[in-house]
Design a binder for this molecule. Structure first.
Ligand SMILES: [Zn+2]
Length: 252
């Protein structure tokens, strides 16, 4: 079927021309499909990346809040301890008057001053922790306002990517339909060879570039080049098997 030339508007157009044209068209569609599929894979990754950014900012705020609240707990527990030390001191002081020996009096007095030291340590700790809480609150304010700004930008970026993804998916669907249409009009044996070549090499069609196969770069024998140039029959590269076609860069 394919070696029967026919004439069209005064010029020689072989049926073969149209087969090769279809293979070249398929080649073009396939390379577009590859790009579209790649984009459809990449966009969700970008979207996740953006969401992660937002989540990390939110996590940082949570961590800062947790540190502040644990510091506040620490202050409350220090205050309770101070209170109980003071109660204990009160009890000791009441006992002081009942003691008879000087030794007992001194021992109890030193207990009281020991509690004074503990109270003073706890008070110092409270002051330090309060300072940390202040720092934490400042940090929290900054993080919150940063997040507020970031969030608007990130949500907009996310929505843009969502739109991109939708349009790429639509384009992919349309192009897949185009491919099916072209594929249907190509002889099944040629088509199956085409698909095998794509699986093996990533492409099934190559132009001849200055006498070499544009796919595997092997030198094409002059007889094959001449055949490809005359377009009388389909010519395959002897090394990689790709369908070869002739263009203005093919001349060696
Ligand atoms: Zn080749």
């Amino acid at each position: 079927v394919f070696d029967t030339p026919f004439f069209f508007e005064g010029g020689k157009v072989s049926i073969l021309d149209s087969v090769l044209d279809k293979l070249i068209e398929l080649h073009k569609i396939d390379s577009e499909l590859n790009d579209l599929r790649k984009r459809c894979r990449e966009i969700p990754v970008q979207m996740d990346h953006i969401s992660d950014q937002l989540n990390r900012a939110k996590e940082k705020i949570e961590t800062t809040k947790n540190i502040i609240s644990s510091n506040e707990k620490r202050i409350r527990s220090n205050e309770k301890m101070i209170e109980s030390h003071r109660e204990q001191q009160g009890k000791y002081r009441a006992q002081l008057f009942k003691l008879k020996s000087n030794r007992e009096y001194q021992a109890l007095n030193s207990e009281i001053s020991l509690l004074d030291d503990k109270i003073s340590e706890l008070e110092t700790d409270i002051l330090e922790v309060m300072e940390q809480i202040d720092k934490g609150n400042n940090e929290l304010g900054k993080l919150t306002s940063d997040l507020k700004q970031q969030e608007a930008i990130i949500i907009a970026q996310h929505q843009d990517l969502e739109k991109d993804l939708k349009s790429e998916q639509e384009a992919l669907g349309l192009r897949e339909k185009d491919r099916a249409d072209v594929q249907q009009s190509v002889d099944p044996e040629i088509m199956s060879r085409y698909d095998r070549l794509v699986r093996k090499h990533g492409s099934a069609v190559a132009e001849i570039v200055t006498g070499n196969c544009g796919g595997c770069f092997v030198r094409i024998r002059p007889q094959l080049s001449a055949m490809a140039r005359s377009n009388d029959q389909l010519v395959n590269c002897e090394k990689c098997g790709r369908y070869l076609f002739w263009t203005d860069v093919s001349e060696s």
